[in-house]
Design a binder for this molecule. Structure first.
Ligand SMILES: [Zn+2]
Length: 154
């Protein structure tokens, strides 16, 4: 269920989030004109309101609002000062570039970084990697890891 407040002043439909407003009493601001409405919802039903309360401070902003008589005009979630902030963006560690690793967790060489061309312009050697010739620095590091006993099968 999603209840709405249809603003009489500016014909904007303010959508209330069902989870937050299932049992709720308070004031909501219209996203377009800023008119404050009082509502009291009990078990998802509008018990009181919406009653205009001009000049009062709103408790919360609507989740989303649009104007059905005015084409595609809308206020998506997270519009500053109009709708509630949208906090579902990924954490910063998930927004960057992928890790480029040269060795697996068992310290075996991996091709998880940009590779030098190995078989001409359109060539591909998907299952063959002459690591000693094509990536000598990785080969040397691999030999060091073998000497230190860090390369494991499991
Ligand atoms: Zn309004």
């Amino acid at each position: 269920m999603c209840d709405i407040i249809w603003c009489k002043k500016c014909d904007t439909v303010n959508y209330l989030d069902p989870y937050c407003f299932w049992n709720w009493e308070g004031k909501i601001k219209c996203a377009e004109c800023g008119e404050v409405y009082y509502i009291h919802m009990i078990m998802g039903h509008m018990y009181k309101g919406p009653e205009p309360r001009p000049g009062e401070q709103p408790d919360i902003l609507p989740l989303y609002a649009d104007k059905p008589y005015d084409g595609y005009t809308n206020f998506p979630p997270g519009t500053e000062g109009k709708t509630r902030p949208y906090n579902c963006t990924p954490r910063h560690i998930y927004l960057g570039r992928a890790d480029q690793r040269k060795f697996s967790i068992r310290n075996r060489p991996m091709r998880a970084w940009p590779q030098p061309p190995s078989a001409g312009i359109a060539g591909s050697q998907g299952f063959y990697w002459d690591i000693k010739k094509l990536s000598p620095e990785v080969w040397e590091e691999y030999q060091e890891k073998i000497k230190r006993g860090e390369v494991r099968d499991w």
